[in-house]
Design a protein around this ligand. Structure first.
Ligand SMILES: [Zn+2]
Ligand SMILES: [Zn+2]
Length: 318
């Protein structure tokens, strides 16, 4: 099968012919129809996440057809959890000490074929085409978990209006929340995109919104956004950091945290998040803005994500 392979951090992916993966007991063999590109892929390529499997096939937003069956499945980031540790036993398999992640510890979907543990595959909602489904599997799911961690916040700030934010802004509006979008300074195109999806205000990430916010979800991996977001939160508000990696958070006066404000992170997903979000998405209905690229252009896709030249989500199609 054809695959785009990472041989080591800092290197471009190489297009290569690999032998077909053989499913172990309990695994499905899947023909990849679409695989979303996630910022996490970039963190793996850049060596910001420790000890990836090498060589590695990236990609953890996989929509595929089970070989030999007339059935589509979604393969997300959580590829396996132990089921026995204190996290797994308390409904927090996203925190499992032994979890294995797709496109990181396990080969992923930047390829024509993939294998996955059937218990961790997700059922796909109808009404979407293959490329639209892919970003729901991480951008959508992680955004959903982040929004849940924001509690019942009414005024929600979204920092970094990319793949996740464009999906979750619609869910937030559907739930009756008010959305405020923060982008790179001067990125008026993305600010207009955010308004078109229901944001009532959009501006630069260091700008003050017209009123205080009850929660801020950070999708951009920039640590300086934490104090910036705390600065615009109402008392009791929460900052939720949704990325797997972030640059260092600069020190800030305790006064910004005072008033029962809090800062938390979101780590991975549970299968329950997947089921809940994929049931909810068609009800909103979440519209997915996608641009597809051929699998062989995975390096170009990653470069565009790095420079922020993406509206909505990028998806690779083998
Ligand atoms: Zn992801
Ligand atoms: Zn576990």
């Amino acid at each position: 099968m054809r695959a785009m392979v990472l041989d080591g951090p800092g290197r471009p992916l190489v297009e290569r012919e690999l032998s077909e993966p053989e499913p172990a007991a309990g695994q499905l063999l899947v023909r990849v129809r679409a695989c979303g590109v996630c910022r996490t892929d970039l963190h793996v390529v850049d060596g910001e996440l420790p000890d990836p499997k090498l060589p590695l096939v990236l990609g953890h937003q996989i929509v595929g057809e089970v070989v030999g069956e007339d059935r589509l499945v979604g393969i997300p980031w959580l590829g396996w959890a132990c089921g026995e540790c204190r996290y797994c036993l308390s409904g927090r398999e996203n925190l499992c000490d032994f979890a294995r992640f797709t496109g990181y510890a396990l080969d992923g979907g930047y390829a024509e074929l993939a294998v996955a543990d059937e218990r961790f595959c997700l059922e796909i909602p109808s009404g979407y085409d293959d490329a639209e489904l892919a970003p729901l599997l991480c951008a959508g799911l992680i955004g959903y978990r982040a929004l849940r961690l924001a509690g019942d916040a009414e005024r929600v700030g979204l920092y970094g209006f990319g793949s996740s934010a464009h999906l979750i802004a619609q869910v937030a509006r559907f739930e009756g929340r008010r959305v405020f979008a923060f982008t790179r300074a001067g990125d008026e195109e993305t600010q207009a995109f955010a308004r078109s999806l229901g944001a009532e205000w959009a501006g630069a990430s260091d700008a003050a919104p017209p009123e205080e916010l009850d929660a801020a979800i950070l999708f951009a991996p920039a640590g300086e956004l934490v104090p910036a977001a705390l600065r615009v939160l109402a008392k009791g508000g929460r900052v939720v950091c949704a990325g797997i990696h972030m640059s260092d958070i600069p020190s800030f006066p305790y006064e910004l945290l005072w008033g029962e404000r809090s800062v938390s992170s979101v780590a991975n997903l549970t299968r329950r998040d997947g089921v809940e979000f994929l049931e909810l998405a068609p009800k909103v209905p979440v519209q997915v803005q996608v641009e597809t690229l051929p699998l062989a252009e995975a390096n170009e896709a990653l470069a565009r994500m790095r420079s922020g030249q993406v509206r909505g989500s990028l998806v690779l199609v083998p």
